[in-house]
Design a protein around this ligand. Structure first.
Ligand code: CA2
Length: 154
């Protein structure tokens, strides 16, 4: 069984505790359960991790690159949180590790403050899912599975 790595970046451990109008009422534990359920339905397993530390996220992207190359992992669903808008280092990590990454944002970053409209992650990502709430995680997992199955699986 192949794995999908679900990475959540800074402050996403606060999901469900504040700002429900922006991020919804679900907690991070709810999101991780949703991911494991969706991956399971598609014959995959989800490895869910969260960190507030850029270096730890970089190490996990490097690990994902090795696991993808070894054929054990399909790819990464990555919500980089505010590092989206600041981190050249995460951009370089995705490129350097040659990791298949779907960038995901719960909120529609394009309908919010101007500074959220630029992403350092997007040019390194395989695709981007924005603004579907936490359902986006299930959409991203489905997208990784379909990409791996090839164009006829669509
Ligand atoms: O919409 C998203 O998923 C974001 O990646 C979330 C980030 C934000 O900086 C990005 O621009 C868009 C913020 C995550 C913080 O999440 C919180 C959740 C509840 C309470 C406080 C913060």
């Amino acid at each position: 069984m192949k794995t999908i790595l679900v990475l959540n970046g800074p402050n996403l451990n606060l999901l469900g505790t504040r700002e429900p109008a922006v991020y919804g009422a679900e907690t991070l534990a709810d999101v991780e359960r949703l991911c494991r359920d969706e991956a399971g339905k598609l014959g995959m397993s989800a490895d869910c991790r969260q960190s507030n530390h850029e270096g730890r996220l970089i190490d996990w992207i490097h690990e994902a690159g090795r696991e993808i190359a070894a054929g054990n992992m399909l790819g990464v669903v990555f919500n980089p949180g505010a590092f989206t808008h600041t981190s050249v280092a995460l951009h370089d990590a995705i490129k350097g590790a040659n990791a298949t990454v779907i960038e995901l944002h719960i909120s529609n970053v394009h309908a919010r403050e101007e500074f959220r409209r630029h992403s350092y992650i997007s040019p390194a990502a395989r695709g981007i899912i924005v603004g579907f709430g936490v359902i986006g995680y299930a959409i991203a997992i489905g997208a990784l599975v379909r990409l791996a199955a090839g164009p006829r699986a669509a």
